[in-house]
Ligand binder design. Structure first.
Ligand code: ASP
Ligand code: MG
Length: 408
């Protein structure tokens, strides 16, 4: 008997038929004698619809009110799933983020979880009830509703699994697991059976949409094993863990190719080449919660620098506002903004010990006549910002070039 947290995303609970399928799946695990906690997202495109609805009334709605609105999506699903299970003869009880004890920072729309006191969930389990918890939402110490950022239900699930000391967390989705790249872009992509937290974190952060990056971080920090699998079949999915059993030196150099179309590049020309310039720019962006990804600084002329960086395209309006202010403060000559940028990344634990991986990536892009706008590296990934129109070709060429298109 195990304590299992299962998470079902929006597409798995899109309509009554889907909810019934999810209920059956939960019941199946419960009938095997497991303690079950279930985290669900809003049904189908509910969150998008709520955002559109809000925009019709106020396109700059206060973030607090947006959180209040968006949290209702998940609240519909928890009650509907609990009702369905009850109709099937199971004792199921639903909890909002607050009732499940999920405390977050007081940052609207992308709050981080500070702590979880899952007392009511534990009490329900002790009574052999199935606990259903709303994903994506929490509460501040001051009592306001917050949301965790788009896709945040994954993070709710893994954080709850960690807080409950669950045996593992199953993330159910509409694909069979984590793929070497998105099969919609490269049909030769195949499912990865097992992957380390670090590689998964890079893949998720670099744009592999199947898992919310923050849930992988939580999994890593608390050693919570994550199983990503399909809600439409019983196939084994992808296990994300510390890869304890992997032979130390038999790692694939590249285990996946990730991409993100939703990138914008920002440049500011002619800022002073002196201590504190970059600190001031990036502090200001951070204070406004604009996440910066790749950064390049280059000398432009004597005592003046050019700084370029990438942000998510969604953050571009905010970044623009800040950078126009910086331009004025630093008497900079010019700013520029490009929103048709994509980022492609190769990820793999063996990369650091395999010289030439980055060079090979640049060569593959060059052979395909693809220009690189920016480069960033870490121990286990190399990312290139390129023009969005080149992205599909780049992903396919890299997937093939690094031997991922052949059957393992
Ligand atoms: N419903 C939220 C969203 O659509 C959270 C989630 O699905 O994980 O982003
Ligand atoms: Mg999701």
């Amino acid at each position: 008997m195990s304590l299992i947290v299962q998470k079902f995303g929006g597409s798995s609970v899109a309509d009554p038929e889907c909810i019934r399928r999810v209920a059956k799946r939960v019941a199946e695990s419960y009938d095997k004698g497991n303690d079950m906690v279930v985290v669900v997202s809003a049904m189908g495109d509910t969150t998008d619809h709520l955002i559109e609805l809000a925009k019709e009334l106020n396109d700059k709605a206060p973030e607090r009110e947006m959180d209040m609105l968006l949290a209702t999506g998940e609240q519909q699903t928890i009650s509907l799933l609990a009702m369905t299970l009850n109709a099937m003869g199971y004792k199921a009880v639903s909890f909002t983020g607050w009732q499940a004890g999920i405390i977050t920072e007081a940052v609207a729309s992308k709050a981080k979880i500070l702590s979880i006191d899952p007392k009511r969930v534990e009490d329900a389990l002790a009574e052999k009830k199935i606990a259903i918890v709303a994903g994506f939402q929490g509460f501040t110490a001051g009592g306001d509703i917050t949301t965790l950022g788009r896709g945040g239900s994954d993070t709710t699930a893994v954080a709850l699994a960690a807080a409950l000391n669950a045996d593992y967390c199953e993330i159910f989705t509409d694909v069979d697991g984590v793929y070497t790249t998105d099969p919609r872009v490269e049909p030769q992509a195949h499912k990865i059976d097992r992957i380390s937290y670090d590689e998964m974190l890079e893949l998720a952060t670099m744009g592999a949409g199947v898992l919310h990056p923050r849930c992988v971080e939580v999994g890593k920090d608390f050693g919570t094993r994550i199983h990503v699998r399909s809600s439409f079949n019983h196939n084994e999915g992808t296990i994300v863990d510390d890869m304890g059993g992997r032979p130390m030196e038999q790692q694939m150099a590249v285990s996946g190719v990730a991409f993100d179309r939703n990138v914008a590049k920002v440049s500011i020309f002619d800022v002073p080449d002196k201590p504190g310039t970059a600190a001031h720019i990036f502090d200001t962006l951070a204070n406004e919660h604009v996440n910066v990804d790749m950064i390049i600084q280059a000398g432009q002329r004597k005592n003046r620098n050019k700084i370029s960086f990438t942000v998510s395209a969604d953050d571009l309006p905010k970044a623009k506002e800040i950078m126009e202010e910086m331009k004025w403060q630093f008497h900079a000559q010019e700013t520029s903004y490009m929103d048709k940028i994509a980022k492609v990344s190769i990820v793999g634990a063996g990369m650091i010990t395999n010289p030439g991986v980055a060079a090979k990536m640049f060569n593959i892009l060059a052979e395909n006549d693809i220009n690189i706008e920016m480069i960033a590296t870490s121990e286990i990934k190399v990312s290139c910002a390129i023009h969005e129109e080149d992205m599909v070709q780049a992903v396919r060429a890299l997937h093939k070039g690094f031997g991922l298109s052949e059957e393992k």
